[in-house]
Write a protein that binds this ligand. Structure first.
Ligand code: NOS
Ligand code: ZN
Length: 396
């Protein structure tokens, strides 16, 4: 086992490891993260402290360790809808400017300590208004926290760049307003837009006005699709809405036949199949041909039932078929995870190599929503040299 589950409520997943080991290499490797929810990555200790400050008394546990365990266990239900219910408690402590600033700053510090050099952190501004903040106040408080975190991380010798993605909730009716907010703040730390929340019953085309507006504005967006619902959701996200990337997109394997059977019929057999026995349907072929990035989140998918296990997760087939795969955390608190842990699990349980991790990191940087020259500068100036230095070190 390279990475166990975090057992401490407030650590970052970056625990000590033998120098030169694969675990150590993963921790030191420069990492890029495209899909991480700000309200799914709080430190349990911070939740306890802010809850106390703001008088929120409905936490299911009041010490950090039990609270961390509660989140992981409650999110393990096999259902996305129940998984999402756990966010009530994180959102409760993210209603003030101080709370938002602190959570955002700590997010940056935790990612930097885990070796993440570039991250897009998403949250839904509309969910942070219950104590009287305006949408703009929310964005500005989070941005302040991100800038402060970047400064402290750079001072600590772990530089990182973090941008925000503004999410609209798919069951609500605020998507156009949030899309406009994302465009208004595009030069002030907001790199794009997303929709999230329960997928079944809430197709992305409900928010077509928002996506059409964003396209007219030359703005970037991703859509959570193909997680709890299958191909129609992915097809709408791409062909009706024009998504630049797919959040999860794991169910694209429903459009890939292995020996005439879908991946889910026998994942182990599908992963071991010969290339000539694998057939891509029109939608899967389109996603691969047009290099649509897949923001894949292995542990989260196992918790919500979108995948059986990390070992049998479709990501390994999609990597082999050279889809534009990226590896992400989704919700570090609910999954008790980190980028290093997700990568360690793929190495440990699904046979991935350091070369594969380098490849998905470059994929992620190519797919980031910041300008092309800035992406290139991180790929050439940070990711490639970082991996070159690591891969010259023999593995213990
Ligand atoms: O995996 C997911 N699928 C769909 N929605 C999610 C997932 N993780 C988090 N959120 C939703 O996104 C909101 C803004 O960050 C969270 O409050 C949660 O409701
Ligand atoms: Zn997500």
């Amino acid at each position: 086992m390279i990475f166990g589950r975090k057992d401490k409520g407030d650590d970052t997943g970056a625990t000590a490891s033998e120098p030169g080991s694969v675990r150590d290499q993963i921790l030191r490797a420069p990492k890029a993260l495209l899909h991480d929810h700000l309200d799914g990555g709080l430190r349990p200790q911070t939740i306890v402290e802010i809850a106390d400050e703001v008088g929120y008394d409905a936490l299911p546990a009041t010490d950090a360790e039990s609270l961390g365990t509660w989140f992981r266990e409650s999110a393990d239900s096999g259902s996305l809808v129940r998984y999402l219910e756990t966010f009530d408690h994180t959102l409760a402590v993210m209603q003030t400017a101080d709370g938002l600033r602190r959570v955002a700053k700590e997010c940056v510090l935790d990612l930097a300590a885990d070796g993440v050099v570039y991250a897009e952190s998403r949250y839904a501004p509309e969910q942070h208004l219950s104590a009287g903040l305006a949408l703009e106040d929310v964005v500005e408080a989070v941005n302040d926290g991100f800038r402060q975190g970047e400064k402290e991380a750079a001072d600590a010798g772990t530089p990182i760049r973090v941008t925000a993605l503004l999410t609209a909730m798919r069951h609500a009716a605020k998507s156009t307003e949030i899309a406009e907010l994302a465009v208004r703040y595009r030069d002030q730390g907001v790199a794009g837009f997303d929709i999230a929340g329960a997928e079944a019953g809430f197709p992305p085309t409900r928010h077509l006005d928002a996506f059409e507006y964003l396209r007219r504005q030359n703005a970037h967006f991703t859509i959570h699709a193909g997680e709890a619902f299958g191909l129609p959701s992915i097809w709408e996200a791409i062909q009706w809405c024009g998504a630049d990337r797919l959040g999860h997109g794991v169910r694209i394997v429903d459009d890939i036949l292995v020996n005439d059977r879908p991946f889910a019929a026998d994942p182990a057999k599908a992963l071991a199949a010969d290339r000539e026995d694998i057939y891509l349907g029109l939608l899967a072929a389109y996603v691969r041909d047009t290099r649509i990035p897949l923001e894949m989140c292995p542990s989260s998918n196992v918790q919500t039932g979108a995948a059986e296990s990390v070992a049998l997760h479709p990501i390994t087939l999609l990597k082999r078929l050279r889809f534009r795969v990226t590896v992400n955390t989704d919700n570090r608190l609910m999954s008790g995870t980190s980028m290093s842990r997700e990568m360690g699990l793929l190495v440990d349980e699904a046979g991935w190599t350091m070369e594969d991790l380098r490849w998905v990191t470059i994929n992620a940087m190519k797919s980031a929503f910041i300008p092309f020259d800035e992406r290139l500068a991180i790929i050439e100036g940070v990711v490639k040299p970082g991996y070159d230095a690591l891969l010259q070190t023999p593995t213990a």
